[in-house]
Ligand binder design. Structure first.
Ligand SMILES: Nc1ncnc2c1ncn2[C@@H]1O[C@H](COP(=O)(O)OP(=O)(O)O)[C@@H](O)[C@H]1O
Ligand SMILES: [Mg+2]
Length: 281
């Protein structure tokens, strides 16, 4: 009796396992894979071009679309300021503690604006910069979120390289001025070296002055699609002082409108085109 029951059970379990493993359709096995977040890094070789502003605003907007599915992570360990952009003033636990192996990343995660999850850095971290297995540190978040946004350090030093290695694709931020565009070319070369595809280029802080490099020139020089153009807008500076991304602080401002377009295009690229490429996700 007991034997008969357990063999019936075994049968049930094995058919459940089969179900979980996948099922056959037209002779092809379709695997059910655990969910893996897309990891998008925000990069530029120069500082001050608007990486953190872009990461914070994009995060805020896509979190509205993807529920609790978005996390933005500080990866500028020497000069972190993602927290300030998001109104996280004095975080007790930070990415520095996570990288030092002291705490799991969930303990450093804050929720801002109701939906966006964010891991800030420590402005006052006294230890050496724990260099740096960012990829390993964020691994546990891969199965919990749909999108991970990494706010990179400028340049191509160890911190930026750790961020490049941690991402699946890169959003490159630039400004319409010659030195910034020249350094953007270096970011592209790094992307090539590490074989990270570029989601697109954001041209930020456009003032419309005659001395600026025109978009057509930027497009020609960089050779990558520009997916958003963001005007220079004092509302962005004001919003930083308030610690609220401009898309929330001043939703009707010109910059907020531009960031909404960026979010639309990014969403399209990551979750529509991506879905077509990766039917198992
Ligand atoms: N579109 C914009 N208009 C006006 N100021 C901007 C804009 N984008 C960024 N800024 C300002 O430029 C400064 C640097 O931006 P930030 O995002 O911190 O740059 P990065 O992360 O590349 O160093 C901040 O004071 C920010 O408020
Ligand atoms: Mg920054």
């Amino acid at each position: 009796m007991v034997g008969r029951l357990s063999s019936a059970r075994k049968k049930r379990f094995s058919s459940m396992k089969e179900l979980l493993r996948g099922f056959k359709r037209g002779g092809r096995r379709i695997e059910i894979k655990p969910r893996r977040a897309r990891v998008v890094g925000v990069f530029s070789c120069k500082g001050g071009v608007g990486k953190t502003t872009t990461a914070a605003n994009l995060g805020m907007l896509l979190a509205e679309r993807l529920g609790n599915g978005v996390i933005v992570i500080e990866a500028n360990l020497s000069a972190p300021n993602l927290g300030l952009h998001l109104g996280i003033i004095d975080p007790k636990v930070t990415i520095h503690d996570v990288l030092a192996g002291a705490v799991p990343i969930e303990r450093a995660t804050n929720v801002v604006g109701g939906k966006l999850h964010a891991v800030p850095g420590s402005v006052a971290y006294e230890g050496g910069i724990p260099l740096v297995d960012l990829k390993g540190a964020i691994e546990p978040t891969r199965s919990k979120y749909k999108l991970i946004i990494i706010d990179s350090a400028p340049g191509l030093g160890a911190e930026a390289v750790a961020a490049i290695k941690a991402c699946d694709e890169m959003l490159v931020v630039t400004n319409p001025e010659i030195p910034t565009i020249a350094s953007t070319l270096r970011t592209f070369r790094a992307a090539q070296r590490y074989r990270i595809p570029i989601t697109g280029v954001v041209v930020n802080k456009i003032m419309g002055k005659r001395y600026e490099v025109p978009l057509s020139e930027i497009r020609k020089t960089l050779g990558w699609p520009i997916i958003a153009t963001v005007p220079d807008d004092d509302k962005v500076r004001e919003s930083l002082t308030a610690g609220i991304p401009v898309v929330r602080y001043s939703p009707k401002s010109r910059a907020a409108r531009a960031f909404r377009e960026l979010a639309d295009r990014t969403f399209e690229k990551l979750f529509k085109e991506g879905k077509r490429r990766q039917p198992s996700l």
